[in-house]
Design a protein around this ligand. Sequence first.
Ligand code: CU
Ligand code: ZN
Length: 218
Amino acid sequence: MSKLPLFLLVLVPLVSATACGPKADSPAPEASSEPAAQVVEVVEEALVAVAVLTPRAGTEVAGTVTFTQTGEGVVVAAHVSGVAPGLHGIHLHEKGDCSAEDFTSTGGHFNPTEDPHGGPNDSIRHAGDFGNIEVGADGSGHLELLTDMLTVEPTTETTVIGRAVILHEGEDDLETQPTGAAGARLACGTVVMEGLEEVPGMEEIEVEEESPNPEAVY
Ligand code: CU
Ligand code: ZN
């Protein structure tokens, strides 16, 4: 019984001595806490864009595609439902105009580097080449990929904002030029900043003043 208080008395001075030692000798602990604070800041300011897919008349396709800016590039995450099972080509097309019935108003695959069509893992490809989304027997599918060829920041040349995601009826063969022979356009969604309901025109975005702190996004 009397041993416990004694034990504590010995431990407490030991612990406080080691905790104080390094702090008094060098400013190391302060320096290492700084990067952690910056990481938190970047996460809070993460830029996210979203495209909600509209089905071609006569189909019941639905879906959402989100674009999240990270330090390594943009994470693209797509969820679709109401689609025939199998592989379906999915791309980011140049123009965010889903007004045509067949969605040809979105133009071709977004291709700022003027490279040939390819698959999402090819080093030479269109920036908008996301390959295929695999749809299961229940009609739903999910695709997630990371790309360094796109950005979310609206003022950058490679931005996804104001473009359109197209889901195709067929499979992208990842090589036929310039479309991957993925067939008709099944669903279309204009990419907007998350939280915006209106579809901003590209011209409007271009005249907007520059980002308040362009250096904050690395
Ligand atoms: Cu396409
Ligand atoms: Zn392409």
